[in-house]
Design a protein around this ligand. Sequence first.
Ligand code: 13P
Ligand code: SF4
Length: 320
Amino acid sequence: MSALAMPARLARVIPPMEWPFFAEDIAAIQRLKRERNAIILAHNYQTPEIFHGVADIVGDSLALAREAVTVKADVIVLAGVHFMAETAKLLNPSRTVLIPDVEAGCSLAASITGADVRLLRQRYPGVPVVAYVNTSAEVKAESDICCTSGNAVKVVESLGVSRVIMLPDRYLAKNVAAETKVGIIAWAGQCEVHERFSAADIATLRQSHPGVVVLAHPECPREVVEAADFAGSTAAMVGYVGTHRPARVALVTECSMADNVSVDYPDIEFVRPCNLCPHMKRITLPKIRLALETMSHAVTIPDALAMRARRSVERMIAIG
Ligand code: 13P
Ligand code: SF4
């Protein structure tokens, strides 16, 4: 067993008796990162032993895309789902991008293909296509611009048109439509994690935890966002907690979020009405270690496709 001491931040979220299960993999991953000149980008939904134990850069989808552009390392390990690794590869064609489990998908990305986008364009000629970053490179290549939950309204309004096609999340589309005058044509996809929350859940939460401040992700149904005190991307939720310091807060989103954020706010009570993302949970310390040992699974995207898909992501990043 490794003699590596448990980092103080991790000690706030992992019981000391669990540390021996993680210590050896964490020590090996830190060594492999140095040997391979690798960095780990981790999404906010990764488990705390990854998020606080081995990640170099953490954030929401937008932050990970932005950071991927500035990375100097030879190897990027994306601790997140497949579309995030693809986005990192699009922005770093010359670097090796590894995803520790190729099966780490996303119900939104799986809900639409490039052929579907071509059919939408035929049906709505001349209407620009805004693709949520939770899509395959193939779908990004067929779209005009990408967006994330952190910049969706800004992206839609940047196009200067009266109507856009926004895909694939019908709930995000509805939530964006409520904040803009631009008409939104939506696709019928949904996030299998956020679609399960209801307004009744929020009412129960408020009853059982008086005074709780409810923050919801915009992939939740409209009724949930309306019942919440604030809606925003995972990074926006972190920002809200840091700025407003509510005594009691509920993050209506994936389960690891509250674990990760609570590390920095021991004085705040985090109520946990969460749902697990089975895709995010495919990424584990042993798989990250194996990815760095074997340099697999490297993300590859055919050049012609990558060129078109990159354009959509870069247009989004240029908007900020
Ligand atoms: P953000 O972190 O961009 O808010 O996205 C949430 C999500 O569901 C990513 O899979
Ligand atoms: Fe996809 Fe939802 Fe999981 Fe995010 S939380 S990866 S949107 S299924």
